[in-house]
Structure formats: C-alpha cells, structure tokens
Design a protein. Structure first.
Ligand code: ZN
Ligand code: CU
Length: 476
C-alpha cells in the first residue's frame, strides 16, 4: 500500500516534508520524496493531507472499555492508535471483585474479574480492540487485592504480596506502576510502600506514573515526593494530568514547571496534560468549594441529573452544594478548576505529552474523551499559534513513545509499526464540548493500526489492536 504525496509529520518534531510512505505487512517499509513502486501496488492519494504516527493516549482509563466496547470509537475517531491504561492507581487487573469502591468505580464495575495482568491482557486481545493498549498496574488495585484494611499503610507482608503481584505483571508485559495517593484508600500509603513497588517496576525497566497526592496548595511537595520516590527506585517518572487546581493555585505553574525542570536534570521525568480548563473525577465534597463550577457527569442515585450543574441541583433541592454531593453519590463531575495561563504553559512545555484522561463509562463525560487530540492542534496550534503542527504531533506521538519505551511506535520511519493517522490540518477539530460531549472530531481522513485500515473517513474498518509488550524506555 502506497500513501502518495502526503505532508509527512514524522512525530520527532522535525520539519514536515512532502512525500510517500510505503506500508508492508504491518510495518512501514519505506519513506521517500517519490517512491518508485510497481504498478500493481495499491495507492491512496494524500495530497493536501498530513500523515503522522497514530496518536498515543498517554493517560487513559480504557482498561475495561477495550473489552466492553472494543470498537473504541471515542479514541479511534480522534486518530488515537494506542492507549496507556491503568492510570491514577486505578487498573482493572489484578483484581477480581463484584463491588469495587471509589475511585476504582471510574471503570465499569462489572468488569473487575481479572486476577492477573495476563488474564486482562488475554481478555483484551480476545476482544480484538480497534486500538493498541499499554498497561500500567495500579497501586490502588494492588492494595485492594492484598490488604484486608486498606485504610492504613501496608505491613511488610502486604508490601511483599503486592510486590509479588506486580513482579508477575511486569513479567507478563505491564509497562509499569501507577499510583493515585490523592484518593482514599491509597492516600494511607507511606513512602516505604510506594518505594518498594516502584523498585519492582524499575527492576523490569518500567515507568512510574503518578496522580500527585495534592494538585492544590501542596502541589510542590507532592511533586517532590513523587520525584524522590522515582529517583530512589531508579525509574522514569510521569506526572499525570499536571495541573494547578483551584483558584488559590492559579498561576503557580510557573513554580511547578521550574521545579520539574530542576528535577529533570537529575532524573528521567515527564508529564501528561489534557487540553481543557476543567478536570473530571469522582464526586467529592471537598471539591465543592463554592468557587469551582461543577457539572455532574454521572450519579448512581440520580442518573437523570447527569449533565446538570451542581449549583442548579443544590438550588432545586434547597441545600448547599456539599450536601447535594452526598445525596448524588456515587457519581462523578467536571470541575472547572484551572486557569488558561497555566494550561497554556503546561501544555506547551517541552516535557509535556498529551493524555486524554477520558472517562469512557461516564453517562455525560468530560469532552476530553472524544476531543482531546484534535483539540491540541485545532485550538493550541492552528487557532492560537502556541504550537507548530510538528510540535503538536510530537507531543501526541514520538515523545510519548519515548517515555513509555515503545521503541517501534510514535515515529514514521522505515521498520516502525504501521500505526498512522491521515488528516486535513486545516479542518481537524474537536466537536465535543461540555454541553454535547460525545461528538466525533472532524477532519480525519483515515487511521491505520498495525498496518490495517482501521478508520476510513468516519467509517470503522478492521479492529487490529492488541496489548503491546513492554520495551525498555530510553533514558532522558
Ligand atoms: Zn488521575
Ligand atoms: Cu486519570
């Protein structure tokens, strides 16, 4: 298959150029200004379109979606060809329980039936998802598996049990460890517990992705804590969905990025970010501070209220917002808690890669689930001029592949896996928003996964994804 006369944006950040790409047997066979090929090789004319490596979602919660909805339409329709799962300490495996507590209930609760990473991997592969997956193992899942009372630090015996499960998962291809000590019950973990597990991931060449203990007043201490743990364990750190949350923190990305740059001089470190001013997670009373506009994404007690503003619900009920949160539990929400200057600074930082943090099981999800990747180019690049096309693509491909050690993905070069996205750079745009969150993006022409045509225009084609085996991340 010859992709002819495309604007080639190769994922490295290097200047784009016009040329041809030849695909063969799931790989990129050759690139060139005008490749000589036999007349019987099928060709697709790509004039006026950009051809890039398939986007890699550095931060997803797609562990269950890959199995339950293998078409993966929210991601594939953005040009995403690989998702990193198991973020924020929340992974489907290795945990089998009929009733996962928050925040694990961000994932489909009936899907917690994989007692090992290998069982989850096999279930994903059997579902034949449309995109590839890279799996992290969540610290919170390990705790719930190994601790009778997760409301306290793990004992030495419990640490060993968790370490043994993580060791097995790493041997079966997990990409590393994630944690989310922002959330109970993981918040009860002490440094010894986290370090013991990070060391296991390090031994296998994995990464450590961290939802910081605090993204508000204590954000600098929380960055330092995560960095010290990764440094002591000797593995690369990924700071998840970096943000300065809550009005009192606005502007503090100047401080957090300065600290991150200093730390990056001593250790391998990166961060992911999504291109929006609202965050989204489970419903929490402490976040209903009266200053942050909050919009309900799901509620088990009142499913019919998904999509409504918390302030309106509280007014209808004649109560205060924190009380309304209690009555809506369990549930989730969008929190409009960031300022534009911080998101601009973080997103354009050279260490920042793009992760959607999309929540695929929410009834009325944050629009990042369907729009994060096109929005990076459309809003931050084309409309506002904060990123070149090459920079935007690099943050969604080559940089991410390097962080997670995906040696043959994220770049267009001979021999690489043929994960590609073809789009119109003048038209690529997110169409989902907070009021209408499940709308596919515009401007995509085609997506290939492992060499198979996965999306043609708006029409899904082959489902050719699988769980990717871990390879060792490069230093730096
Ligand atoms: Zn998180
Ligand atoms: Cu997350």
């Amino acid at each position: 298959m010859l992709l002819h006369d495309a604007l080639i944006v190769d994922g490295s950040g290097a200047p784009a150029w016009r040329g041809d790409v030849l695909l063969d047997g799931g790989r990129i066979a050759a690139l060139g200004a005008a490749l000589p090929v036999a007349a019987d090789v099928p060709r697709r004319d790509c004039a006026g379109l950009a051809l890039a490596p398939g986007f890699i979602d550095a931060h997803s919660h797609d562990d269950a979606a890959l199995i339950a909805t293998p078409a993966m339409h929210p991601k594939l329709s953005q040009g995403v060809t690989t998702v990193v799962t198991g973020n924020c300490g929340i992974s489907l495996a290795p945990l089998a329980t009929p009733d996962p507590p928050p925040p694990l209930n961000l994932l489909a609760r009936e899907q917690f039936r994989h007692a090992s990473f290998a069982a989850w991997r096999d279930a994903v592969d059997a579902a034949r998802p449309a995109v590839n997956a890279v799996g992290l193992v969540g610290h919170t899942a390990l705790r719930l598996r190994c601790m009778a009372d997760p409301g306290r630090p793990a004992t030495a015996a419990e640490r060993e049990a968790m370490a043994a499960l993580l060791d097995e998962a790493m041997r079966d291809g997990a990409a590393g460890l994630s944690s989310g000590t922002f959330y109970a019950p993981a918040a009860a973990a002490d440094g010894a517990e986290l370090l013991a597990l990070a060391r296991v991931a390090a031994r296998h060449g994995g990464v450590y992705a961290v939802h910081l203990r605090d993204e508000m007043a204590g954000v600098l201490d929380a960055i330092q804590e995560a960095a010290d743990c990764a440094h002591a364990a000797g593995l690369p750190l990924v700071i998840s969905h970096h943000k300065c949350a809550g009005r009192a923190q606005w502007g503090r990305s100047l401080q957090t990025l300065a600290l991150i740059e200093r730390l990056a001089e001593r250790q391998a470190l990166g961060l992911d970010v999504y291109p929006y001013l609202a965050g989204s997670t489970v419903l929490r009373e402490d976040l209903a501070d009266g200053l942050t506009p909050i919009r309900l994404t799901w509620s088990e007690a009142h499913p019919e209220l998904a999509g409504r503003w918390l302030a309106d619900i509280a007014r209808d009920w004649g109560c205060r917002e924190p009380e309304a949160v209690v009555r809506l539990q369990p549930g989730g929400a969008c929190y409009f808690q960031m300022c534009e200057a911080d998101v601009d600074r973080i997103l354009t930082h050279p260490l920042a890669m793009i992760g959607s943090d999309g929540l695929p099981h929410d009834r009325f999800p944050h629009p990042r689930l369907w729009g994060a990747f096109p929005r990076v180019w459309a809003h931050y690049g084309r409309e506002r001029g904060l990123l070149t096309l090459e920079q935007a693509v690099h943050k969604m491909t080559g940089l991410t592949a390097q962080r997670f050690g995906l040696r043959d993905r994220g770049l267009l070069r001979a021999g690489a896996a043929a994960d590609l996205v073809l789009f119109d750079p003048a038209r690529l745009a997110d169409r989902s928003d907070y009021g209408d969150p499940c709308v596919p993006a515009d401007g995509l022409a085609a997506v290939w996964v492992n060499g198979a045509l996965a999306l043609d225009g708006r029409t899904p084609q082959a489902r050719a994804g699988r769980v990717l085996a871990r390879t060792t991340p490069a230093a730096g």
